[in-house]
Unconditional design. Sequence first.
Length: 103
Amino acid sequence: MSATLTITDVETTEDGFLVNAQDWTPEIAQELAAAANIELTQRHWDVINFCRHDFEKTGEAPGVRRVTKRSGVPTKEVYKLFPGGPGKLASKLAGLPKPTSCV
């Protein structure tokens, strides 16, 4: 049985994004959320799981517009769930690179 990876076990960018999306675990998402003072709810997981699934299909982290159009979570709620930059924060918690649509 292998040990669960934590954020200190994986390579991250200067901004805290995972270098390799395959290193992601739900536990890492929990750690990153705690560092951002976010307690993950099912709605957070809905967005995180959508982002990971979309990334698998497209090879790119989805921006906020794509998330709100296709995840079933409305724009206002996404901004409330991931304050201070929902595109970047949702992607970071999902273990994905920063979306190209984010500055």
